[in-house]
Design a protein around this ligand. Structure first.
Ligand code: NI
Length: 176
């Protein structure tokens, strides 16, 4: 297992639409383990494959609190099949936009269809934090980030900040 580098905005790969997973082989198991290890190391509660540069429809989530045993969940090729009219608001963050948090309104409950890591078809209904987290991660598979759900003014401000930070890092590296 390897901790992978997490892509940060404005990396253009974060805008890619990821491809379905078709092979449930050892390579997929390794990818899942790498994603979990990378997410725990960050630390974060969710990670989509594209965040480590792999454009596959795969995400991992673990909502266990620090003092609780780990409870990893793996979702392959997830699709939202229904959403509630009722909405809920959560303060969201993203490992690809470190230390930035904003309130996002999304459907409070969703039903999704997905495959587990062995390729078995499954369905779940989610509410609360899991519903929000699943929608946030599934967005990543479509090249959408949580800042795409906030005001244009706030979005432009945060993208500008991270673009400047990425540029100055590049300048430093060039100077080495
Ligand atoms: Ni994210």
């Amino acid at each position: 297992m390897t901790i992978q580098t997490i892509l940060k905005i404005p990396d253009p790969r974060l805008k890619l639409v990821s491809e379905p997973v078709t092979k449930f082989d050892g390579k997929l198991q390794t990818l899942v383990q790498d994603m979990l290890e990378t997410m725990y190391d960050a630390p974060g509660i969710g990670l989509a494959a594209i965040q480590i540069g792999v454009a596959k429809r795969l995400l991992v989530i673990d909502l266990a609190k620090e003092e609780e045993p780990k409870a990893p969940m793996v979702f392959v090729n997830p699709d939202i099949i229904s959403v509630s009219d009722e909405l809920s608001i959560y303060e969201e963050g993203c490992l690809s936009i470190p230390d930035y948090y904003e309130s996002v309104e999304r459907p409070a409950r969703i039903k999704i269809r997905y495959q587990d890591e062995t390729g078995e078809n499954r369905e779940i209904e989610a509410d609360g934090l899991l519903a929000t987290c699943l929608q946030h991660e599934i967005d990543h598979l479509n090249g959408v980030m949580f800042i795409d759900h906030i005001s244009k003014l706030k979005r432009t401000r945060v993208i500008t900040k991270f673009t400047k930070a990425a540029k100055s890092l590049k300048d430093v590296k060039r100077g080495e």
